[in-house]
Design a protein around this ligand. Sequence first.
Ligand code: FDA
Length: 503
Amino acid sequence: AAAESAPAIVVGSGYGGAVAALRLGQAGIRTLVLEMGRLWDTAGPDGTVFCSTSAPDRRSMWFRTRTEAPLATFLWLDLVNKDISPYPGVLDRVHYDHMSVYVGRGVGGGSLVNGGMAVTPLKSYFAEQFPTVDADEMYGTYFPRARSMLGVNTVDPAWFESTDWYRFTRTSRKAAADAGLRTTFVPNVYDFGYMQREAAGTATRSALAGEVIYGNNHGKRSLDKSYLAAALGTGNVTLHTLERVRSLSRAADGSYLLTADRIDTTGAIVETKQYGCRYLFLGGGSLGTTELLVRARDTGTLPDLDPAVGAGWGPNGNTMLGRANHVWDTVGADQATMPVMGIDDWANADNPVFAEIAPLPMGFEHWISLYLAITKNPERASFTYDPASGTVRLGWTAAQSAVSSGMAKKLFDRINLANLTLYRYDLFGSTSKVFADDFTYHPLGGCVLGKATDDYGRVKGYSRLYVTDGSLVPGNIGVNPFVTITALAERTMARVLAEDAAP
Ligand code: FDA
């Protein structure tokens, strides 16, 4: 029996979880949010909530003895990573056989660590990926609602053209233009007014101090400052942190039972708790939600889940790479960490790629242009439960990653040819590695809308069980995903609250 119960429980406090919590709270439904990470609201001994990227400490990563930054090396020297002591830090890197996945841990999920790029996908590609969703309604109602709640804004173009902090972006834009490629500004949830004050010396630096993957101490409108603040403000939402939901099942009366481990800051389990609820919303992200459901189906605690649970996963075609510019094409010692521009070659039917121009703030001139390419890689993989080890595995292969890097290479070969420039070979650990296609920031799918769920995120086989996060997106969305995840969650909540509420 459940020791503690609530009408509604939300697992996870990223985009999907935060939207669910707010809309439930506003509807007057008492809601409990269970989040495995900590609440990031208290300053450490250095006076800041998050640690810096240049001197990471235990706050940087989720129970590690050494940081695992995406850019492992520079000139093959392991300059970037540092030894740390284990702690529930804000960034996790989950390792599967041939793919590792970066995710945020804490109240706010990925919003605490991400680059803030708030991109709405092309309507035509959205419609291709979600054929059963009314695209007009999405673009007329739910995307605008998501953008306004998230606090999306754009960099002032005049400031962008003049500031040293975006010289790296202008240099990459020029290299793209020389190859006849189009670039486009991308919006962000980082407050650009704040950033201009940072540059003017009137506000404490955050994006201009290298902060991003281990958290921003200022400027960024992460979910704890938007959706989650509003959710708690309804008075109906309670949040439990450092509680990891381990398993799901259903009681005879049709309510859901959850088992959660409460951990302390050493990672030790200090209590195992039982929760009960009538309505269960899963917002643990592509990995968290899919793992819970695959485990529940295959261990028999929710045996009627659809065979499509676990399928349709992809890394959004992510590939990271660096190019070396000519000495006269400087990128600047000063670089803002919030990307504001992408190379948009998605319309190229032979090789669709959207490549964001990424910063590499090292505090000195290094002539490197860094990119995160999002490619239209059609490959998908499945999560499966391995009874021998009791773990959930991801079947993604290196050959599937090679499809992403092959597409990125086609685009950047064009740029290098037009500019007579070369790739950088020293950024990702081994001497020959140009394309980092073995990690992703954008895990998508596993519980795909219309396949493992109905067209609104109601999980097939069970009533009052919902998915609201990135696991609904079928492996690729062509742009950075959180605006899409947020808008789909808004659509699910509007429908569920109108149709499924208790009599
Ligand atoms: P999300 O991962 O945000 O939240 C899931 C939450 O559930 C986490 O807080 C997790 O701890 C918790 N959880 C999981 N399992 C649990 C369990 N069993 N029990 C309790 N809690 C559990 N996107 C974008 O659009 N623009 C960008 O610029 C970037 N940049 C970027 C940089 C980096 C470094 C990363 C890691 C990611 C990005 N992203 C991004 C991706 C974006 O952050 C991501 O798509 C969303 O955070 C996914 O939102 P979800 O709601 O699906 O899960």
